[in-house]
Design a protein around this ligand. Structure first.
Ligand SMILES: [Fe+2]
Length: 352
């Protein structure tokens, strides 16, 4: 599937409208050598149509830290690190279109704290076109956010054997609905999920990553046998299973960082247009995997840092693990049952 030039421009204009971009606002389109050229072209043209106060900044890439991996494989150090000029310009803008995939860093937190809103866009145009955000996505994600914000525990189970208790309340939430419309809000097109971080050193139980669940940035389904993670006092203490368990063990060991074993953000997917099958049909190097992270009703478990939430864990190693078929309870009330979103406020209304 390809996306025509006109279609790309139209979808970018639509997303900028959702971002409430105004003609008097200052916009930076941030790109690097790794940015998708069609995204750079369409974003720049669309932004220029709305606001004359627009610059495109091309920042130098940082050397690859991991073999054959994408931006999510080494967090904390970004092309912005140490680039004080770029950071100053970004702070003075109202909206940043991040085509680099900066992800979480102190520099980004500083920019957002200045009130600048930021939209990261890394996936190729055909994924962007299929996963266009909508106001209804925001409504449902923010309904989930309202539930999660006040919850003091998340309890996750599955037929595969997951039985995980996650005390909550130390950190805020991370709602992602696909566009950046509020001052200081960071978002990612495409997305559509809610997450938070458990209280440090408090998660307890077992996570069974079943056949068909996925590992990112390794970008593969578990195919041979489930991976069993024992979690004690907020950290993975044991990894059992077959080939994929061995791979995960080796992958985590390669960072030589005890903090890589911490439980990081946890939440659930709310994007009904995202596809569980996408990882099997997409070129893995061309895609970040947002279908997998966002698909409707998945439990998104992850490992590594919580520094973006204000926590103490700065590990560069971060693994996202979308899991199907889980039941998620908040303070003893289910929001997802066996992979089905049940909260009426979060469900997609197919009758509209
Ligand atoms: Fe993540």
């Amino acid at each position: 599937m390809s996306v025509s030039d006109d279609h790309r421009l139209a979808m970018w204009l639509q997303v900028l409208k959702l971002c409430r971009l105004q003609p008097e606002e200052k916009v930076v389109v941030l790109s690097s050598e790794s940015s998708h050229p069609f995204n750079v072209d369409a974003a720049t043209r669309a932004v220029n149509r709305v606001s004359p106060h627009t610059v495109r900044i091309e920042i130098p890439p940082i050397p690859p830290h991991r073999p054959g991996s994408d931006r999510t494989a080494f967090l904390g150090t970004t092309p912005l690190s140490g680039n004080t000029l770029a950071v100053e310009i970004l702070k003075r803008s109202d909206l940043i279109i991040d085509l680099v995939g900066l992800l979480h860093s102190q520099e980004q937190l500083d920019v957002l704290a200045s009130g600048t809103r930021m939209l990261m866009v890394v996936e190729p145009p055909e994924v962007l076109a299929r996963l266009m955000p909508s106001e209804d996505d925001k409504r449902r994600v923010m309904a989930a956010d309202a539930r999660l914000r006040v919850a003091r525990s998340m309890y996750v189970t599955s037929k595969a054997g997951t039985d995980l208790i996650l005390p909550l309340g130390q950190f805020g939430t991370l709602p992602e609905y696909g566009y950046a419309d509020e001052p200081g809000h960071w978002d990612h097109w495409p997305s559509g999920f809610i997450s938070t971080w458990p209280v440090e050193r408090a998660a307890q139980g077992k996570v069974v990553i079943d056949i068909g669940d996925m590992l990112f940035p390794i970008k593969r389904y578990v195919e041979t046998s489930p991976i069993i993670l024992e979690v004690q006092d907020g950290y993975i203490t044991q990894i059992d299973g077959g080939f994929e368990a061995k791979y995960l063990r080796r992958y985590l060991e390669s960072y030589n960082d005890p903090e890589a074993y911490a439980v990081a953000h946890v939440g659930w997917g709310l994007q009904a247009q995202a596809s569980w099958t996408a990882l099997g049909t997409r070129d893995k190097q061309q895609s970040l995997g947002m279908d997998a992270r966002s698909f409707y009703g998945n439990f998104l478990f992850s490992t590594g840092p919580n520094a973006e939430a204000g926590g103490r864990n700065h590990s560069a190693c971060h693994i996202d693990i979308p899991m199907a078929g889980c039941t998620i309870m908040l303070d003893d009330e289910p929001v997802v049952i066996e992979g089905v979103v049940i909260d009426p406020e979060q469900r997609v209304d197919y009758t509209k």
